[in-house]
Design a protein around this ligand. Structure first.
Ligand code: IPM
Ligand code: MG
Length: 371
């Protein structure tokens, strides 16, 4: 039997993106060598790096290559250098365009509090201990993509509009996915909306109620986004799967990262609704994987960024897009073990001794039996 080769597209991007992606890639290489499969990497610029190299935040030919890969591993996009660019040519447009092009409507952001870090969060240990929730963020609709969206000048001052629009099927597919995920977890879905004000949220709530009826063994909770922001830090253990509109998910997932001790800790997977393919005996689907943190320009290039979110994203990639459950779990266990042993990047060191991005990555890989 010939060895399996997987194709992974690397899009390191801007700021700390290249530094954390390098650690994630090195981690993939270690498990590949140990398990006897190989990975063919392709790489391209995205975001500000692509603007500087090619004049656009993502070249169509690079998006096409990304589309052909088994999975995409992305770092981060954006930075002050490109902040004054108009929206369509900003670094973020590269990422948003790729999400849309690949129809990656489902953004899955697991939030797990590591026991070794319960004292690192600014929230009390009693509150964060044991948190294990999953934010399911709608990623290709809502306020991010609704039209009209523009800024203009009038004789009576400047104006701007963004549009929060959802079509029935867009809500159905993300909510259904949340129920499927909850079925394999603690069987609770919290649907987050602003149904006391927004029409789009009222539709969201109505559709969620219909889908809930298809899953009688799953508990459904409807919650308003403002009070959810509060409950997320006061009683985070009350959540299992949380599903919500694009912008709400963007905001609440950064808040949820505080529970885990740092924005640098959390991974994410973005998936489309294509039918899973069979690869050997397992079902796999194409996806894009990225830490939820941004490009962190203030610490870029210093080798101090926390690569955990990127490394855990690589684990999600192995599990979902390559069907490599054993290797995914091994990486997660190695991250756990490295943290247990006291390895800390600066963001989670609480003023104590800290290791570099590369040293942290090496600590994880050492626990996988590699360097
Ligand atoms: C995220 C990021 C992106 C988003 C930015 C970089 C466009 O904040 O993935 O959460 O808003 O979706
Ligand atoms: Mg965000």
């Amino acid at each position: 039997m010939s060895a399996t080769t997987y194709r992974i597209m690397l899009l390191p991007g801007d700021g700390v993106g290249p530094e954390v992606t390098a650690e994630a890639k090195a981690t993939l290489d270690v498990v590949a060598a140990a398990s006897g499969f190989s990975i063919a990497y392709d790489q391209a610029h995205i975001g500000g790096a692509a603007i500087d190299a090619h004049g656009v935040p993502l070249r169509p030919e690079d998006a096409e290559r990304a589309e052909e890969a088994d999975a995409i591993l992305l770092g981060a996009v954006g930075g002050p250098k490109w902040d004054s660019y108009p929206r369509e040519t900003r670094p973020e447009a590269g990422l948003l365009g790729l999400r849309k092009r690949l129809d990656l409507f489902a953004n899955i952001r697991p939030v797990r509090v590591f026991e070794a870090l319960v004292d690192t969060s600014p929230i009390k240990p009693d509150v964060v201990r044991g948190v294990d929730l999953m934010i399911v963020r709608e990623l290709t609709g809502g306020l991010y993509f609704g039209k009209p969206s523009r800024r203009w000048e009038t004789s009576r001052g400047r104006r701007a509009v963004d549009t929060l629009i959802y079509r029935e099927h867009e809500i159905q597919r993300i909510v259904r996915l949340a129920y499927e995920l909850a079925g394999a977890r603690r069987k609770k879905v919290t649907s987050v909306d602003k149904a006391n004000v927004l029409q789009s949220s009222q539709l969201w709530r109505a559709i969620t109620t219909e889908i809930a009826a298809e899953y009688p063994d799953i508990t459904t909770e409807h919650a308003l986004v403002d009070s959810t922001a509060m409950t997320l830090i006061s009683r985070p253990r009350s959540f299992d799967v949380m599903v919500m509109e694009n912008t709400f998910g963007d905001i609440l997932s950064d808040e949820a990262a505080v529970l885990a001790g740092s924005l640098g800790m959390l991974p994410s997977a973005s998936l489309n609704g294509k039918k899973p393919k069979r690869r050997g005996s397992v079902a796999v689907q194409m996806g894009m994987y990225e830490p939820i943190h941004g490009s962190a320009p203030d610490i870029a290039g210093q080798g101090v960024a926390n690569p955990t979110g990127a490394i855990l994203s690589a684990a999600m990639l192995l599990r979902t897009s390559l069907g490599r459950e054993a290797e995914a779990s091994a990486i997660e266990a190695a991250v756990d073990a490295a943290l247990e042993a006291g390895a800390r990047t600066r963001d989670i060191a609480a003023g104590g001794p800290a290791v570099s991005t590369a040293e942290f990555g090496a600590e994880v890989r050492r626990r996988l039996g590699g360097r």
